[in-house]
Design a protein. Sequence first.
Length: 47
Amino acid sequence: MAKLYSQNPKKDKKLNPKDETIRFILNYSKALSVINYKNMEFEALLN
């Protein structure tokens, strides 16, 4: 197992997400609202 962790990770691996995926993530992040109340954190998804 230790041998796996000592190997160098592959470099120059480019990810090319679809425009649809990027749009979905951006729209989700715009609709997400995080509310902090005392020591609690609430997440609300506003559609």
